[in-house]
Design a protein around this ligand. Sequence first.
Ligand code: 13P
Length: 249
Amino acid sequence: MREYYIAGNWKMHKTRAEAAELARALVGQLKDGKHKYLVAPSFTLLETVAAIVKGTNIRLGAQNAAAEEQGAHTGEVSVLQLKDLGVQTVILGHSERRHTYGEDDALINKKLKLALRHGLEVILCVGELLEEREAGRAEAVCETQTVKGLEGVAAGDLGRVVIAYEPVWAIGTGKTATPEDADAIHAYIRGVIGKLYGPEAAGKIIIQYGGSVKPENAAQLMAKENIDGALVGGAALKTETFVPIAKFS
Ligand code: 13P
């Protein structure tokens, strides 16, 4: 059985004081939670949040990482620096990185392999644009992003990879994919993993859904066979909305 994995991507929100308040509240309210949890605050908040979630059932994630270990890379943050702060997981290939900041599959793959080499868990985001969905290309886009994102990743490292299917048209728009549509893409991605790594790996890999997940739709999404959790944006910024998602039943 795959465990449910609920992650909050805080994006570019919150000051240290606000982040500390949210992290403390989540630690209290999720301590009896039954699933796997993660929060991913901005780089500047990581040290503050690390001190609060350390030793709890909430993992610490970063929202990005550089493709290089160290060196002359102004404005970038290295996996070594992230690990030094207690980061356990890094989100890579988020659609905002792909489409606003021009990251391509080759760069994301380089980051992913570096993060895995340093023992981190990776959440690899994939997902189609609205025009790609309308052109009937959603599956092909997710397949390409999955295959290229995982190029050169050994089967033995796949246990530290989580896929997040985030249809770009559903992110921050209030439009959620129907549970049926999301499940169909999740099943497709699982099939892609099966082709690459075999049926056992396909059965084990956790595939989160992201895109306007809310307390009202979380349980229906999670009830689907191939949806193993959520990568939550806007609703992750408040306990009132994140805790009910995290404790869905
Ligand atoms: P929203 O939940 O705000 O749509 O964002 C989803 C997302 O991008 C999480 O990474």
